[in-house]
Design a protein around this ligand. Structure first.
Ligand code: ADP
Ligand code: MG
Length: 736
């Protein structure tokens, strides 16, 4: 009786069982059968040695080129050194005091070699090598048998457990395995044309041909996609089961008054999302909605209309921005949008008016205290601040809605902090706004417990932004031209941003102290792995510009380490047109709205990520004049780095860019921390390529959980979910 949960020591013996457990964390039959081959080698194929990565534990199919034995000088003993080749490049393997290896590793013989890839004096080596030779002769080893198959599975292996040992273990297990109850209902399998689990597992480990593999993979991808989507559907379900403060719209309220005064017409997207949000807010269970919309697509108005609906219901709302600068700016622009509808308590306020209160840590004490009081008493209708509003437990009399701006990483923890913060222990509604477009599959998986709406169109009359790469290494003259363009924009009455990756103050010179400063972008590695010069810094560039190419213009600097009031003053000055050129870090990345700014020069553009560049340039072209964005870089043509910049220059469609970005990067980078926790869970499924499977699985999950939230009637599915996504891991999915 060998079933899924039987421990491996009972099938394979204590020693092997222990080795599998300690090296690879595989303790049951099920664990081993879910340890899928990483790839398959075709009969007769050799592994490309050039493609190996240093430090990797590799399994290489190769041919012995030559072998030699010599004696060690320092100690008594012998060294056997062999070179193995793929026909192009070779690797050295070395054995100490195992003279007999010389007789086995005969030139011309082929086999699988496993070990860690290292380099020694420009020579690639396989350290601590293990091998299994193929061959007709005496060696009745399993590799020979395995190699009779057209497709040889190559397993993720560990030191002491080479791929061929794993293949042998799997074979032994499959020989005595009774099979398992298929967790996927037969009816679901039929609808999607999926094979049963037993067949899929046998085929993934021992495929006869590529067709076997394709059907097995399709089925196993479904297991993963459905598990994740079931977990997320349950998460959504449980979030929805909390009570929330219902905020029904009021026909004669401040929202209606606001709509009537809007100086422009809402776009179709704004109206449509607005309607969905209005329905969500009316419900007795919390809304959890993510609105992703192009930079400049008008998310603030969507958010404000939602907030006004909550105010109409007699409740308060909080708006969270990623930085204090942005919070201050939001407070200002909300007040502007509202006009006299936002001046409750002041002379000349409209009848239904509410008020906008800024509440941040850097406010003078008295002002801060007054703001806290206004929040606690319920007098403040709209409170704008940073995340500290939630973390510091500022108390609200009747918090109905929390809007989180430009922060798609508003995960489970943050939402947990909101739980029961509404009136009478309810959980306020949450609306998350982001301009970072997330590819659909990532949204469905990583942010899968949120409802996602997309705002794809820009308001009419928005000016186009043209983006060009300025390759200073190849065309040094272009940089002068870039500064000339900035002067032209300023001469025409416009303003410009110059963005640099680094601040360049004393703090920067100190060795990094653990945490990265938020002003610094994550730096993509250089293509050639060469040591690079430090990125250009705001303070230095500003100095050079004022002394040189931009002499005579009014230049100011802005970065995250300026005191809050100074930051605020600089931003105000820029918004008021008192500054021509703002030299800044990525603090201007999000939310900053100065329609008169028409040019942006991004220095060392290659140090920023694709979506970050897209965000940055969203700061221009917000007014009636066309925007110009220049990406300055040393990167040479033909490198991946340049490819990324060219992609940014080629399109202003953020969704298209997000997809391109996903393709140019490893998926792991995008999933961040989530990936590490999940590596063991998602082995087959690719967020990039398996959009169809993910979408279908999401629909199925929705149906199953809708009818059976606890999965009581589906013990197999419940088990599978636990296997792929255990409870603690359910949260990580969006902590990335
Ligand atoms: P984002 O989505 O990047 O946050 P904002 O909400 O800041 O964009 O909007 C950018 C600008 O567009 C603001 O000045 C806003 O008033 C304006 N705007 C918003 N909606 C419309 C619309 N429907 N028609 C014209 N202008 C609009
Ligand atoms: Mg915005």
């Amino acid at each position: 009786m060998t079933s899924w949960d039987v421990t491996l020591d009972r099938v394979l013996g204590a020693k092997t069982g222990k080795a599998l457990d300690s090296a690879l964390g595989l303790s049951t039959v099920g664990d081993l059968l879910r340890h899928y081959p990483r790839r398959y080698a075709e009969r007769g194929e050799l592994t490309a040695i050039a493609g190996l990565e240093l430090g990797e534990h590799a399994t290489v199919l190769a041919q012995v080129e030559r072998v030699a034995k010599r004696s060690m000088k320092s100690r008594r003993g012998t060294i056997v050194e062999a070179r193995i080749t793929d026909g192009h490049r070779s690797l050295t393997i070395t054995f100490f005091n195992q003279a007999w290896r010389e007789r086995e590793l005969l030139p011309g013989r082929r086999g699988m070699f496993a070990g860690k890839v290292t380099a020694y004096r420009n020579n690639l080596q396989l350290a601590h090598p293990e091998y299994q030779l193929f061959g007709e002769d005496a060696d009745v080893g399993s590799a020979a048998e395995e190699f009779a198959a057209a497709l040889l599975p190559v397993y993720p292996a560990a030191q002491g457990l080479p791929s061929w040992s794993l293949a042998r273990c799997v074979r032994q297990v499959l020989d005595v395995w009774d099979g398992t109850d298929d967790p996927l209902p037969a009816e679901l399998r039929e609808r999607h044309g999926l094979s049963d689990l037993d067949t899929a597992l046998r085929r993934i480990h021992q495929p006869q041909d590529h067709e076997d593999l394709a059907t097995a993979r399709q089925r196993l991808k479904w297991d993963e996609a459905l598990s994740v989507q079931l977990a997320l559907a349950r998460l959504r379900g449980s979030a929805e089961s909390h009570p929330a403060p219902s905020c029904p719209p009021r026909p004669d309220g401040v929202r209606t008054a606001f709509d009537e005064r809007l100086p422009f017409e809402l776009t179709a997207g704004q109206r449509e999302i607005g309607e969905r949000v209005a329905v969500d807010l009316t419900a007795e269970h919390p809304m959890n909605r993510l609105v992703q919309g192009e930079v400049g697509s008008g998310k603030t108005v969507v958010a404000l209309r939602a907030m006004l609906q909550a105010v109409d219901a007699g409740r308060q709302t909080a708006m969270l921005a990623p930085t204090e600068v942005l919070a201050a700016q939001h407070a200002r622009s909300l007040s502007e949008l509202l006009g006299d509808l936002g001046r409750a308590g002041e002379l000349g306020a409209a009848e239904q008016a509410t008020s906008v209160t800024l509440l941040t840590g850097s406010l003078p004490t008295a002002q801060r205290r007054a703001a806290m009081l206004a929040a606690a008493s319920g007098e403040a209708g709209i409170v704008v601040g940073t995340h500290a509003l939630i973390q510091d437990r500022v108390s609200f009399a009747d918090l109905g809605l929390v809007v989180v701006d430009e922060q798609h990483r508003f995960g489970v923890e943050q939402r947990d902090a909101l739980r029961a913060r509404g009136p009478a222990g309810t959980s306020p509604h949450v609306l998350v706004m982001t301009a970072t477009p997330i590819p659909r599959t990532v949204a469905m998986t990583v942010y899968g417990d949120l409802e996602v709406s997309a705002l794809r169109e820009l308001p009419r009359g928005r000016s186009p932004i043209s983006t060009s790469v300025v390759p200073v290494a190849e065309k040094p003259g272009w940089l002068d031209r870039a500064w000339a363009r900035v002067r032209e924009e300023v001469a025409a009455g416009h303003q410009a941003y110059v963005v640099c990756p680094r601040i360049g103050d004393d703090e920067d010179e100190k060795p990094a102290k653990g945490k990265k400063k938020s002003a610094e972008p994550e730096e993509p590695p250089s293509d050639d792995g060469q040591q690079r010069r430090p990125p250009l810094a705001v303070l230095e560039v500003a100095e050079q510009l004022t002394a040189g190419p931009l002499a005579g213009l009014r230049v100011a600097v802005l970065h995250g380490r300026l005191p809050a009031d100074e930051k605020d003053a600089v931003m105000r000055g820029f918004a008021a047109g008192e500054v021509d050129v703002l030299v800044a870090t990525t603090v201007v990345e999000v939310g900053v709205n100065v329609p008169n700014a028409t040019a942006m020069v991004i220095m060392d553009a290659d140090r920023f990520g694709v979506s970050q560049l897209h965000q940055l340039r969203g700061r221009i072209g917000r007014g009636s004049a066309a925007g110009l964005c220049l990406l300055v870089t040393d990167a040479m043509g033909g490198t991946t780095t340049r490819e990324r910049l060219d992609a940014v220059a080629s399109t202003t469609d953020g969704f298209e860019l997000a997809q391109l970005d996903l393709e140019l990067r490893r998926e792991g980078d995008i999933l961040g921390a989530a990936q590490s926790g999940r590596r063991s869970g998602l082995k087959m499924l690719s967020l990039l390529r398996d959009e169809d499977v993910i979408a279908e699985a999401r629909d199925e999950a929705e149906r199953v959980v809708g009818a059976d939230p606890e999965l009581r009637a589906h013990p197999g599915l419940a088990r599978m979910v636990a296997e792929v996504v255990d409870e603690e891991r359910a949260g990580f999915l969006e902590k990335s």
